[in-house]
Design a protein around this ligand. Structure first.
Ligand code: SF4
Length: 338
């Protein structure tokens, strides 16, 4: 959670470097966005602002879906444009939150307030689910990043081994469970036939006031699919609302970055080895933005919010809540009679 836009001078220079290396060539917009993302340019808002400036000054010529770099962009020009863009965007006082924070707010506003506003001390378990989740994500990361470099079976074993080693003494899952999961994950990405698989790339939307890092973004010719890995399983009642909200937020981020509609996302559940395809609708996006607005209101009020209102809150959220001791203290103080 943060207020305003962080300085993005580095990003402006990175984009110009890509443009200069394509002098006199036509570059597809989607390629430019992908190349920028690889260089850790988090927001396409900055790319489009820069392109607008460069087009007005005659450095590039825009076409539908592509552009031609006409003249090399020199350092003096770049310095001036960069100053212009920065003075414009740094005025923003927007609250930036992550899709995960919106999901947490939905579960219990007080928990989010204590974790992110008050920065109350968090008590994390020494062994258990939190670390199991870290190990799985780490293994998937190694797997995706080395997919083109190693033989798949060998890579799956290596990735599982390294995931367990990194969090040794903290995890409760076995190497075979991770191997089994990676095998199924590999089947999924093979079936989808992605051209690019982006692993843990950060996205930022100035317009929405959203930052986030989807676990995976799969890109193919006509489709972009955000994918999230969850540790647990899908209950009989279906996907948890908080998982849906997080997935919708990540879809909004990806959609905003590529300026391309995201039709659905995937949620992969480790424990039940199941895959859920989430259809992204306007109604769901509205719901996500409604809760996001709720965070803004909560911050403006500056008061400790009441406990969440979900049925079974105690069992569903409080049991794994890292700020539970602070919350219990608040309850105790509120019981004092004057
Ligand atoms: S213990 Fe429960 S009610 Fe208290 S902050 Fe955590 S989730 Fe919310």
């Amino acid at each position: 959670m943060r207020i305003g836009i962080e300085a993005c001078e580095r990003e402006i220079y990175e984009i110009c470097e890509i443009l200069n290396s394509n002098l006199k060539k036509e570059i597809e917009l989607e390629d430019l966005l992908l190349q920028a993302l690889m260089k850790n340019v988090y927001s396409s808002d900055i790319i489009f602002l820069l392109l607008q400036n460069l087009e007005e000054m005659g450095f590039i010529k825009g076409k539908k879906g592509s552009l031609i770099v006409d003249k090399e962009i020199g350092s003096e020009v770049l310095k001036n444009i960069s100053k212009n863009i920065l003075s414009k965007i740094l005025k923003s006082k927007k609250l930036f939150v992550t899709p995960l924070e919106v999901a947490k707010f939905f579960q219990c506003p007080r928990r989010l307030f204590l974790e992110k506003v008050i920065l109350a001390k968090q008590y994390k378990e020494e062994v258990g689910k939190t670390w199991d989740g870290e190990a799985i994500h780490y293994s998937v990361n190694i797997f995706v990043k080395n997919l083109a470099k190693m033989q798949v079976e060998q890579l799956i074993e290596e990735a599982a081994k390294r995931g367990l080693k990194k969090f040794s003494g903290k995890v409760t899952i076995s190497q075979n469970e991770i191997i089994d999961f990676l095998e199924r994950f590999y089947e999924l990405i093979k079936k989808e036939g992605f051209t690019y698989i982006l692993m843990e790339k950060r996205f930022e939307s100035f317009k929405v006031g959203l930052i986030g890092t989807p676990d995976i973004v799969g890109i193919k010719k006509d489709e972009i699919i955000p994918i999230d890995i969850k540790l647990g399983k899908v209950s009989e009642r279906g996907v948890k609302e908080e998982h849906l909200l997080q997935s919708i937020g990540e879809s909004i981020l990806v959609e905003e970055f590529f300026r391309k509609k995201v039709n659905f996302s995937y949620l992969i559940y480790f424990t039940s080895n199941s895959l859920v395809k989430v259809k992204i609708t306007d109604e769901m996006k509205k719901k996500f933005l409604y809760y996001k607005k709720g965070i803004e209101k909560m911050c403006k009020m500056g008061k400790i919010p009441s406990k969440g209102k979900l049925p079974n809150l105690e069992r569903r959220v409080c049991l794994g809540c890292h700020v539970r001791p602070s919350c219990e203290n608040i309850e105790m103080v509120r019981r004092i009679e004057y």
